[in-house]
Design a protein around this ligand. Sequence first.
Ligand code: GSH
Length: 229
Amino acid sequence: MKFYDLSGADNKRFSPFGWRVRMSLAHLDIEEHTEVELVKFSQKDKLKFSGQELVPVIQDKSTIISDSWRIAEYLERNYTNQPTLFSSPTDKANEKFVSSWVDSQIHPLVAKCVVRDILDVIDPNDREYFRRSREARFGMSLEEIVTNRGETRSLLKRTLFPVRKVLELNPFLGGTSASFADYSVFGAMMWARITSSFDILEEHDPITDWRERMLDLYDGLARKETARG
Ligand SMILES: N[C@@H](CCC(=O)N[C@@H](CS)C(=O)NCC(=O)O)C(=O)O
C-alpha cells in the first residue's frame, strides 16, 4: 500500500488529515509496512492518478482512495477481522460526528493560531501559493489572522469542552482505547505541534494529559516527529 501524505520542507508531515490516516494505520499495525510518498503543495501532479488534488490518498493495488474518513473505512474493512477503529455502527456514526465537528469547529481555530507559522516550515517554493490561497480563504493577511491568538486559544479551550468532559471519565474519546475520534482531534494537535511553537492548549488542561498519552501510542510514533520548538 502506498500512502500519499502532505509534506513541508525537511519532510515535515503536518497535515491534520494525514495524521488521522497515519494513526489509523498504526492502530491496525500496518503503518510500518506502508510505503509513504510525500507530496508538497507544488507537487499536485503526483496526485493526478487519484482524480483530485488533496492529500491524504492511499493506493492499495488497483484501489485508490482519497479523504481521511473514506480511507479509514477502507482500512477497517480490509485490514482487520474485527472492527476496532469504529467498534460498532453506533460508534461509527458518533465518530463521524466528532471528525466533522473537528473539521468545522476546531480546525478554523487552530488555523487562526498557527497559519502564519506554517509558512516557515513549508518548502520555500510553496510559500507564495500558501500565502495567496490562505489569505483569500480568510480575507486578510496571514499576519492579521494570527493577531490575538491568545484570545483564539481561549475560544478553542471553550470549544473543546465536550472533549474535556469525555476525558474526565475515560482515558480516550474511544473509551478505554483510542479510536478514530481520538485521531481526528489529535490530528489538529499534531498540525500545531509540528508547525508552531505556540501551544494551542493551556497549562493544566486535562486535554494536555490526553495529548501526552496520544504521543506515546504505538511506540511514540507521533512523539518521534520533531515538534517545532
Ligand atoms: N476531507 C479531506 C480534506 C483533505 C485536505 O484538506 N487536505 C489538505 C492538507 S491538510 C490538502 O491537501 N491541501 C492542499 C492545498 O491546500 O493545496 C480529508 O479528510 O482527507
